[in-house]
Design a protein around this ligand. Sequence first.
Ligand SMILES: [Zn+2]
Length: 246
Amino acid sequence: MTIKGVVLSQKPWGEHDKFIDVLTETGIMEILVKGSAKITSKSGSATQLFAYAEFDISDKKTKKNFYILRTVVPIQIFYDLRNSVSAVALASYFAQVILYSALPHTNTPEILRLLLNCLYYLSKPQENLDELLLKCIFELRIASLLGFLPDVLMCRNCNCYLPENLYFSIEQGCFYCESCKKSGIFMPAGALQAIRHIVLRDFEKIFYFKISEHCKQPLFKFAEEFLQYHIDRYFQALEYYNKIKY
Ligand SMILES: [Zn+2]
């Protein structure tokens, strides 16, 4: 059986082998890589963390619920990612979010695509797409793919479409204008427009938009807290990333 996917995690097994978790279009597969300590060159790099590769694996799972690797061909290794400590930390956070989420069957190909794009931009930094922006695009888009779509249409109370300033409630997943406010994260209209763009637009467009400096902090805060609230799990990689970034 042949599958394409990204290595999300790896753990050594015995002296010579390792297990890897691979995100594919149909979900996450656990694969035993025999003799990984001895594998060199191409096939070695194809089973490293964040590698995107084509894996030829055993047709059936073993009794213990994993597959066995036969051969592997790398598709994209994202070598340059390793030039930056913060990029590796962020990529690890992305991988952990996917590993610990209950992946919906229908959206898994989109999640794989989102991860591949984020890994690409992390390894080849773009002028208008800094790491923190990439992080928030990942967080908001994956939240909606996992079924947690914030209500971005209008003020929940008075139906105002684009208030100058607003309060976004993490718990309720909706926003209120200043006159209807109860609680939530304060943000200017520009941050709301960015959230709308990230969660509603076609995939091809989500990495391309302009945002004013003063809108970034509330947007980043909202994205991180919104995803955290719904997945409800502590991510070591996120804590580490925030420590080195701020
Ligand atoms: Zn209102």
